[in-house]
Design a binder for this molecule. Structure first.
Ligand code: CA
Length: 463
């Protein structure tokens, strides 16, 4: 109750304050993002085949979002939403960007403020570790988008074994997939990495905390695991000798490597006694592409790329010890866009642009009993597909084709109610239409338009 009243007064509770910082300071913010992890593939969502005891610590210390969404069903647009707190179609980031190091339009437009910009402006030290995917042009790299430190790669994915990083840099790339084989970047310098990629990213995040724990910091730990290619080391594979299917076993090992990294990071926060002064979010950037990486979205229908729940509802949890409750499930729909708004509120930063998310903290403490969102929306521009989620409904439309689900009772989206509930369908169509009117057309060609892009830009990779 004490916490609650402090929140109502807009003052941070004493319990949330670091043992090593002045009493008026603001919490650190950490986002741990996995890539293409299935809804079912964390312990806190029921997985027994792939134990994730370390990731589960976040759930035990905090809140599991059972209806936690991302703003798109594939990597790039989802991450653009996460990093800006805005539906990415508001600024034309509607598709997975192509790897195009010479194209200043291919990525997150400069009109947008990133969460790193926001937090850096109010004195946070900011670091991103792993996959960027927001543009490879020199104007769009992490160090130009608010991040003090970057360790990782600019492309949409990467191989995991250092001996396969054979390209010195993107000047040697000839195709989209060559981005997976570059040496890693430390800021703008290529380095020789020797560790398995997931372990390297975890190491860098822990090291960043070690170096910056006496100042407010923001970490975006952007693992590419368990995105393809499926590659794991023996250390992790041997934990899953009971899984016969090799793909599934390797996927499980990749998730387990992330789990170890999350454990190391949480241990470091506790060791430095800053765990009560740090918000830690964990989520996947989209649902599992089960046929490709053997991920499991059960009980959700569909996969990465779909607007069925399996594409957009993800494993999602947050901890802020001493401030938000521990060990609870929160079922009202929330979205990755809320992380930006939450970060702005706790850091007392003023966002440059209008946001689509809400500060989740008062909802989780119980200070606000209302639902965070009346509606959540999705658009797939190329396919003219839309989805909307309300408290009890989920509707997906492609032109005249409509699917309506009673999502509270039918989480697996089995029964299409559209033909018998016409007025509900029309009402949701109107709401979506109104939202659509606030969006922009795409500002760049996407992954599926690579051949067309190459015709217009024959010098895409040339020096
Ligand atoms: Ca992804």
């Amino acid at each position: 109750m004490k916490f609650l009243s402090f929140f109502l007064l807009g003052i941070l509770p004493f319990a949330a304050l670091s043992q090593t910082r002045p009493a008026n300071d603001r919490p650190n913010v950490i986002i741990i993002l996995t890539d293409d992890q299935g809804y079912a593939d964390v312990g806190f969502n029921g997985s027994t085949e792939i134990p994730t005891p370390e990731i589960d610590r976040i759930a035990n210390n905090g809140v599991v979002f059972t209806s936690g969404y991302v703003s798109y069903a594939v990597c790039g647009p989802s991450r653009a939403g996460l990093l800006t707190g805005r539906y990415q179609d508001r600024f034309g980031f509607s598709k997975n960007p192509l790897l195009a190091p010479k194209d200043p339009q291919m990525g997150l437009p400069l009109s947008e403020e990133t969460m790193a910009d926001l937090l850096k402006n109010v004195g946070y030290t900011t670091g991103v570790f792993g996959k960027w995917h927001m543009g490879a042009h020199p104007d769009l790299i992490p160090n130009k988008r608010g991040f003090d430190e970057f360790y990782g790669f600019l492309s949409g994915g990467h191989r995991y074994f250092p001996e396969e990083y054979v390209l010195q840099d993107l000047t040697e790339a000839k195709t989209q997939i060559d981005g997976y084989r570059t040496k890693l970047l430390r800021n703008t310098t290529r380095v020789e990495e020797t560790e398995y990629l997931t372990d390297a990213l975890s190491r860098e995040a822990v090291d960043f905390v070690e170096r910056h724990h006496e100042e407010p910091f923001f970490i975006y730990l952007s693992y590419n695991a368990p995105h393809t290619p499926l590659q794991a080391t023996e250390k992790y594979l041997k934990r899953f000798s009971h899984i016969e299917d090799k793909k599934r076993r390797t996927y499980a090992a990749m998730v387990s490597a992330v789990d170890d990294g999350v454990g190391a990071l949480l241990d470091k926060l506790e060791e430095l006694e800053i765990d009560e002064n740090t918000l830690v979010f964990f989520l996947s950037d989209n649902g599992g592409p089960s046929p490709h990486n053997s991920s499991d979205n059960a009980p959700l229908r569909g996969f990465k790329g779909d607007f069925y729940e399996g594409g957009i509802r993800v494993p999602f949890a947050v901890q802020w010890k001493g401030v938000i409750p521990a060990g609870i499930k929160y079922d009202h729909p929330v979205i990755s866009l809320d992380i930006f708004s939450t970060a702005a509120a706790v850091s007392k930063a003023t966002p440059k642009n209008s946001l689509d998310g809400v500060n989740l903290v008062p909802y989780l403490t119980g200070a606000i009993q209302d639902v965070p969102h009346e509606e959540l929306f999705w658009r797939n521009y190329n396919n003219a597909k839309f989805a909307v989620r309300t408290a009890d409904s989920k509707q997906i439309t492609v032109g005249e084709k409509v699917e309506l689900f009673d999502i509270q009772k039918d989480i697996s989206e089995k029964v299409n109610l559209a033909s018998e509930q016409l007025s509900r369908v029309e009402k949701l169509r109107r709401i979506v239409k109104e939202w659509e009117s606030t969006l922009m057309d795409p500002i760049f060609m996407g992954l599926s338009e690579g051949a067309e892009y190459n015709k217009i830009h024959p010098d895409r990779f040339d020096q």
